[in-house]
Ligand binder design. Structure first.
Ligand code: COA
Length: 260
């Protein structure tokens, strides 16, 4: 796999693992991380041999937010470039054809929460800590949290998070619907890999279509979204994966999907 200076990208069978790797600064997101992260995600998106992407952080943080040392000297014009780059990175992650799981191993603050929210599924270690502390720096979240948090936890919880900047636990994040599951610290990566393995067994084209319908449907009226479901359901019928999945069931064997 490609090599980066601020990230590691590894393959584990049909799964790719992207690790934020600046542990000395708790994996803070500077321009280099955003640039390399975008490149890594685009690389995965173009590699059909990768069935699932896992994101995690080295050391005691998932990501402790944007790099404040780098941000301190930014002009408004530079801030726009940084925010737009972050949005490109997050949108590419959200629209990746493959499912993406965030394995939240520690501090998940500011931009870290924004990265996790752009993933499809979030599984967190019990000791992980969450929060949107930007307002103490005199700014608002700039990589999507004002919108993605509100879509999961509602506007009132999002306002409380942003207005207070308060850190909160995995248990509270679960309660708010921000994450899917909390596991004991030592079990995080095994649980995430097992979840990825379940996804790898399923029809690849079906997962791709399901992700697209769920994501796109959220921006449509219910009637339009249900119409999109019908059209996509029909599209699935013309795939090799659909023919193989149903034939394998009838022949009482495991399906061997081609991803076509
Ligand atoms: N940007 C730049 N550097 C950061 C950082 C960030 N977001 N978060 C942590 N670091 C650096 C610290 O400056 C410190 O560097 P140093 O060893 O050179 O002093 C190192 O990472 C370790 O952090 P430290 O604060 O010593 O660890 P801690 O356990 O006492 O506290 C946090 C951990 C996460 C609570 C604290 O680092 C923090 O509040 N970070 C900023 C979080 C934030 O505001 N994020 C949103 C930014 S928009």
């Amino acid at each position: 796999m490609k090599t980066y200076t601020t990230l590691t990208l590894e393959r584990d069978g049909q799964t790719a693992i992207l690790t934020f790797n600046r542990p000395k600064v708790l994996n803070a997101l500077n321009t280099m991380v955003a640039t390399e992260g975008l490149d890594a995600v685009q690389t995965i998106g173009n590699d059909p041999a990768v069935r699932v992407l896992i994101l995690t952080g080295a050391g005691r943080a998932f990501v402790a937010g944007a790099d404040i040392a780098e941000m301190e000297n930014k002009t408004p014009e530079e801030a726009r470039i940084y925010s737009e780059l972050g949005h490109r990175f997050m949108n590419t992650l959200q629209d990746l054809p493959q499912p993406v799981i965030a394995a939240v191993n520690g501090f998940c603050l500011g931009g870290g929460l924004e990265v996790a929210l752009a993933c499809d599924i979030r599984i967190a270690a019990a000791s992980a800590q969450f929060g949107l502390p930007e307002t103490i720096l005199g700014i608002i979240p700039g990589w999507g949290a004002t919108q993605r948090t509100a879509r999961l936890a509602g506007a009132a919880k999002t306002k409380e998070m942003i207005f207070t900047g308060r850190r909160f636990s995995s248990a509270e994040a679960l309660d708010m619907g921000l994450i899917n599951r909390v596991v004991p610290d030592g079990e995080l990566m095994d649980t995430v890999r097992a979840t990825a393995a379940l996804m790898c067994r399923q029809g690849q084209t079906a997962l791709r279509h399901a992700k697209k319908v769920i994501n796109q449907g959220l921006d449509l009226s219910l009637a339009e979204a249900l119409r999109l479901e019908i059209d996509t359901f029909v599209t699935c019928f013309d795939t090799d994966d659909r023919r193989e999945g149903m034939r394998a069931f009838v022949e009482k064997r495991k399906p061997k999907f081609s991803g076509r």
